[in-house]
Design a protein around this ligand. Structure first.
Ligand SMILES: C[S@@+](CC[C@H](N)C(=O)[O-])C[C@H]1O[C@@H](n2cnc3c(N)ncnc32)[C@H](O)[C@@H]1O
Length: 295
């Protein structure tokens, strides 16, 4: 029987708590036939998915606040040369990995828990002719499938909200970075208001949402041996960005074959604009950007 989006497969759930949590997160993001659905939507919109440009994908492939603009601003905060190798940790369908490879002309590897996202990421990267620079594999940031000291930089954009055992992820980032390697963070953190409106892009309900304050998150990174080179609270800009998303979604209403977040997140996506705007505005969540260095 087909599982609905976000429904947990109770029969195959391993007993171990850690794997159970990962399995719930994976079930939330995985949706059947995602790659095919994307291809069909592009064909129906009169844009067969061959020889696409990155801007054609921007309504669906940047699964974070601020879209492609936020990613570009983040990349500018460090210097990367064309011989750099970068990990996009929790890459989603690969939007930032492709953008970074195109900007810097460097190699990017993406890892994500959700197999359906990896299939879509691989497909879209071929459609945009970047597959010689950008590759993807399924895996967890809690147990990265790479040798120590592999990467010049790790990109971590809107992932930690789904990670309960953050210290494990932080250790893994530290392990796979080369000495003086950079960690680029673009993360949602906990604000000082308790009540979060769901659904939000990373969770349909509270069971897979694990927010921390920036104070405790940054302390965790520092304990691991990272130096915080730069940090900025971008909450006000995030609130403004979601205000625009909310206005657009209220104006448009339901649209068949629409190339937008609904393709990736299903019907939950129609509530994101309102909920994220409210969550930022009442300070239930904050948006942080930071550059950390492995000392
Ligand atoms: C909100 S999306 C952000 C995707 C991407 N970083 C972006 O900004 O477009 C969160 C992503 O984290 C992935 N994820 C969650 N837990 C993970 C884990 N333990 N290991 C790898 N990926 C994970 C999800 O599958 C999902 O693709």
């Amino acid at each position: 029987m087909k599982r609905k989006r976000g429904e947990t497969n109770k029969n195959t759930q391993p007993k171990d708590q850690k794997y159970m949590m990962e399995s719930n997160v994976k079930d939330y993001y995985n949706s059947d036939n995602l790659r095919q659905n994307i291809e069909t939507a592009f064909i129906k919109a009169g844009k067969p998915p061959v020889n696409l440009e990155l801007r054609d994908l921007s309504p669906i492939d940047q699964l974070h606040t601020g879209g492609a603009r936020a990613s570009l601003d983040l990349f500018k905060k460090i210097h990367l040369s064309s011989d750099a190798v970068v990990l996009d940790a929790g890459c989603g369908i690969g939007g930032s990995a492709r953008l970074l490879a195109q900007q810097v002309n460097c190699r990017v590897m993406g890892v994500d828990l959700a197999e359906r996202f990896i299939e879509a990421a691989t497909f879209l990267t071929r459609c945009t002719r970047l597959d010689h620079m950008v590759t993807f594999q399924q895996g967890s940031i809690l147990d990265l499938p790479f040798e120590d000291h592999t990467f010049d930089a790790v990109l971590c954009q809107h992932i930690l909200m789904n990670i309960e055992d953050k210290s494990k992820a932080v250790k893994e980032f530290f392990r796979v970075l080369k000495p003086e390697g950079k960690l680029l963070l673009h993360e949602i953190t906990r604000g000082d208001h308790d009540r979060l409106l769901f659904p939000v892009p990373w969770a349909g309900k509270a069971d897979i949402s694990f927010l921390e304050t920036w104070e405790s998150l940054s302390a965790l990174f520092e304990r691991q041996g990272f130096d915080i080179r730069f940090s900025s609270n971008e909450t006000r800009a995030a609130w403004g960005w979601w205000e625009k998303v909310k206005a657009v979604s209220q104006k448009k209403g339901p649209q068949p074959n629409f190339i937008g977040p609904g393709l990736i997140f299903g019907k939950n996506a129609s509530s994101f604009g309102n909920n994220m705007h409210t969550n930022f505005k009442k300070n239930a969540i904050c948006l942080m950007e930071a550059v950390l260095e492995k000392s």
